[in-house]
Design a protein around this ligand. Structure first.
Ligand SMILES: [Mg+2]
Length: 425
């Protein structure tokens, strides 16, 4: 299946991304300034680290680190990870954590990592797979803003992801568990898990009423924020919505299967758009072999979709947006965050050298390496990929060729420092 190459709807990130914590207008302005700043400086500054007025050397490079399989493995620090980050902090070399993980708010996630690696971090030092979803709260314009629309959030423990979505600013968030507890017949096989669901389920904003479709619960967007814990329930609820009329639960679109319509009428009737984060099929956990990731759930859903509709063999696609590594918008979002952090650290002085190189250190050729290799920066930097052997990658010819392969993150960082001729290397 060639789902990775199917056409994907833009996440409005064809424009530069916003910070998850900035007001949109401010962010757009600052992106413009950053771009002008970088371009102006490119014309007269060299390629090495530059001394600023404060005499502190300012590197013209930075790092992006994947987390699982690079810094941590099943929540335990990987040897050399803490020392590497401490060295970068001490040397004033900017870095960002760029993970396809998620399920917690950025603040909570960095607090855990900070404690494990004994390195001070704050929420602006991390981009998780679902971080760019925060862009959709306000959207590029009022009409497409999802802030006050009803959105379905799937995945993660309990309703942690609902809470993350609410912290991003979504005001009306429903989970598949809410739907199940209000309508146990929607997926009878999940009744065994009702003790779990009742710990966090909330009443629905409106009931599911097939007899009165105009009043039935309407969902305006579907987000798979993190790995679903109950694939079956989530598959059923998402399929119901994809086949519905106007995203009204309990309805079935009459356009489905109509060969005179685009996509044989599927997803042509105001159904909610489907957003996935984290495309990883596999990830490195405590078990000796890689485990199925969130990408596995997406493949399963694609399979059910194809079996139901006829799928690609009949020219029918599942229209969706996928973000996370290796996709461009996620790297764009991360680089913007890096540039903002850099300005915060070094100030907006006129002799601040442009960011020319970012080293992406990752363990997954399919996401970390592929993404860094294919990313085209709108800010003028080039990205170099460093593949480590402490996670998913287990040797041999990787599917996507990195600039170098290092035994671990420490060796990777040393290679990069040397490559950038940094004195501490
Ligand atoms: Mg990884």
């Amino acid at each position: 299946m060639t789902y990775r190459h199917t056409r994907q709807r833009s996440l409005h990130l064809t424009r530069p991304p916003l910070s998850i914590r900035m007001r949109p207008q401010t962010a757009w302005r600052s992106i413009g300034l950053l771009k002008r700043h970088a371009t102006a400086q490119h014309s007269f500054l060299g390629h090495r680290a530059i001394q600023t007025a404060s005499s502190r050397p300012v590197p013209n490079f930075a790092f992006a680190f994947d987390i699982d399989g690079v810094l941590l493995r099943s929540s335990k620090p990987i040897p050399g990870a803490a020392d590497s980050l401490a060295l970068l902090k001490e040397q004033g070399i900017p870095f960002i954590l760029l993970t396809n993980g998620g399920g917690k708010h950025e603040t909570d996630r960095v607090a855990e990592i900070s404690e494990k690696l004994q390195v001070p971090l704050d929420a602006s030092d991390i981009v998780q797979s679902h971080s760019p979803f925060a862009e959709l709260v306000k959207g590029p314009d009022e009409a497409s803003a999802l802030e006050h629309k009803c959105v379905l959030v799937a995945g993660g423990d309990g309703d942690n992801c609902r809470r993350v979505a609410e912290q991003y600013g979504f005001k009306n968030v429903v989970t598949p568990g809410d739907i199940l507890m209000a309508n146990p017949a929607i997926w009878p096989f999940s009744k065994n898990f009702s003790d779990y669901y009742k710990t966090f389920a909330r009443p629905l904003p409106s009931p599911i009423d097939p007899n009165n479709p105009a009043k039935s619960l309407k969902i305006d967007a579907v987000f798979v924020f993190n790995d679903p814990r109950d694939w079956a329930l989530d598959t059923q609820v998402i399929m119901d919505l994809l086949l519905s009329s106007q995203g009204r639960m309990g309805t079935l679109s009459e356009k489905n299967g109509r060969t005179d319509l685009p996509n044989h009428g599927y997803q042509q009737d105001g159904q909610p758009h489907l957003y996935f984060s984290n495309p990883d099929l596999w990830w490195a956990a405590a078990y000796p072999l890689p485990r199925l990731g969130q990408g596995g759930f997406r493949e399963a859903l694609e399979g059910v979709w194809a079996a139901t509709t006829g799928g690609p063999s009949k020219g029918i696609e599942l229209k969706k947006t996928v973000i996370g590594k290796p996709y461009q918008p996620t790297y764009e979002f991360a680089e913007h965050q890096l540039l903002r952090n850099r300005l915060k650290t070094f100030g907006n002085s006129t002799d601040l050298p442009p960011l020319e190189r970012v080293y992406m250190v990752g363990d997954n050729p399919e996401s970390d390496i592929r993404g860094a290799n294919s990313y085209r920066s709108g800010f003028g930097s080039s990205w170099q990929s460093i593949l480590v052997r402490t996670g998913v990658y287990s040797g041999g010819d990787p599917a996507y060729t990195p600039h170098t392969i290092a035994d671990n993150v420490h060796k990777g960082v040393q290679w990069a420092l040397k490559s950038s001729k940094w004195p501490a290397a």
